[in-house]
Design a binder for this molecule. Structure first.
Ligand code: ADP
Ligand code: ASP
Ligand code: MG
Length: 417
């Protein structure tokens, strides 16, 4: 007997039939004698609709009211799952973030979890064998008493944080794919499912665009050392062998991984924008004049490349920002034009970032060089490059994303055979 968190994403709770299927998965674990806390997302598409409604109501809406609106999708699915479970004769109770409470910062729409009181949920496991059905994605700020949300994909983070709070043995993330693959299996059919992946590699994959887990959930799993298992909710609950290991991917510490490859996986993100400042005078203080105001405006700059301008006397500086911050970044730079002193601003939003990840890169040289050659053979132009110990990224035209990902996937021997 153990203690489990089971998280179900949007597609897994998309309608009442799917919620019934989820309930049968929960019953399976309850019947096996486990204490179970379930974390649910909103029905697929619901959060997008709620976000859109806020925008339609007013483009410059109050962030607190945005959270009040978008948190409602999870309220519906948690209540519905509790109703279905009760109908199956299982003790169950739904919980909103504020009822537990899940205390968060006041950064509306991207709040961080500060503290979770798991005592009532744990007491109910003991006293009444009651399943807790928790609304993912939401919490409450203790100072303002307002509802907060954790950023898109945040139910993963709710689940891992709950697992830490109730000292669960494992956190199972049920989704619409049966594990973490070497790259998005919807884009590269030859992608291979990984049996295990280290927290470090998963952290990079998630932060560089693989949306299968929210980045913060991986960080929490790593800090609290909670094994996270990604698996499919579409497997029939009755077909699962209670004593066997189901298909899926275990995210765990590096030591538990016997066989390590140089490259673990490839991620990509189309949510990038490029800004190039042409003919900047090459003198001390210029970088500060550009990146200082962007930092003050809370805009994250990712890749930075500096090279000699066409005239051979001045420099060009290229950098990327998240597409959602593109307009603000442009405005911030143009209003500092006098201080920076550049001749022209060029920009592009139809770009994407393709990243190759692997902790094995630490001990292997020349991994990135191979990629640059393979991409050039495909006539894919690289606009910018960044590297770190365990990954490198290239910025390319968005139209070539799939071709670049497939090329690199084959190059590093990741294709399924
Ligand atoms: P949920 O609604 O269950 O949270 P998401 O849509 O957030 O599901 O995440 C699952 C999706 O992540 C998959 O459908 C898949 O297209 C995408 N994905 C991207 N990269 C990967 C990867 N490396 N492995 C598995 N899935 C990935
Ligand atoms: N429903 C929220 C979203 O779509 C949270 C989640 O699904 O994890 O972002
Ligand atoms: Mg998700």
């Amino acid at each position: 007997m153990g203690r489990l968190v089971m998280k179900f994403g949007g597609t897994s709770v998309a309608n009442i039939d799917r919620i019934r299927n989820v309930a049968r998965h929960v019953k399976r674990e309850v019947d096996a004698g486990h204490d179970v806390a379930v974390v649910v997302s909103a029905m697929s598409g619901k959060t997008n609709e709620l976000v859109e409604w806020c925008g339609d109501a007013s483009p410059l809406h109050d962030a607190r009211e945005y959270d009040a609106v978008v948190a409602s999708g999870e309220q519906v699915t948690s209540g519905l799952l509790a109703i279905v479970l009760q109908g199956m004769g299982i003790q169950a109770r739904s919980w909103q973030g504020w009822q537990i409470p899940i205390k968060t910062s006041d950064a509306h729409a991207s709040a961080r979890i500060l503290e979770i009181d798991g005592s009532e949920i744990s007491a109910r496991f003991k006293d009444r064998q009651e399943v807790a059905v928790i609304a993912g994605f939401q919490g409450i700020n203790p100072q303002t008493n307002r509802i907060t949300t954790l950023g898109r994909g945040g139910s993963d983070t709710s689940a891992v944080a709950i697992a830490a709070a109730i000292r669960a043995d494992r956190c199972d993330i049920y989704t619409d794919v049966d594990g973490v693959y070497t790259t998005d299996p919807r884009v590269v059919p030859k992608a291979r499912r990984l049996d295990k992946i280290a927290f470090e590699d998963m952290l990079e994959l998630a932060s560089l665009g693989a949306k299968v887990l929210q980045v913060r959930s991986v960080e929490l799993g790593m800090v609290h050392n909670i094994p996270v298992f990604v698996r499919s909710s579409f497997d029939k609950p009755e077909d699962i062998d209670p004593h066997g290991t189901p298909p899926g991917t275990l995210i765990c510490s590096e030591e538990e991984i016997m066989e390590s490859h140089v490259v673990t996986g490839i991620a990509f993100s189309k949510d990038e924008a490029q800004i190039s400042l042409r003919q900047i005078e090459d003198k001390p203080g210029v970088a500060a004049a550009i990146f200082g105001p962007l930092a003050d405006a809370n805009i994250n700059v990712d890749m930075i490349v500096q090279n000699v301008s066409e005239d051979g006397k001045t420099t060009d500086l290229t950098f990327t920002v998240p597409a959602s911050d593109y307009n603000r970044a442009r405005d911030t730079i143009t209003s500092s034009k006098g201080k920076i002193g550049y001749a022209r601003l060029d920009s592009a939003t139809d770009v994407s970032k393709v990243s190759v990840i692997g902790s094995g890169m630490r001990s292997h040289a020349g991994v990135a060089a191979k990629a640059f050659k393979a991409l050039s053979e495909r006539n894919i132009n690289i606009r910018a490059i960044t590297t770190s110990e365990i990954k490198f990224s290239v910025l390319i035209d968005a139209a070539y994303t799939e071709l670049a990902v497939r090329t690199l996937h084959t190059l590093y021997g990741l294709d399924q055979t």
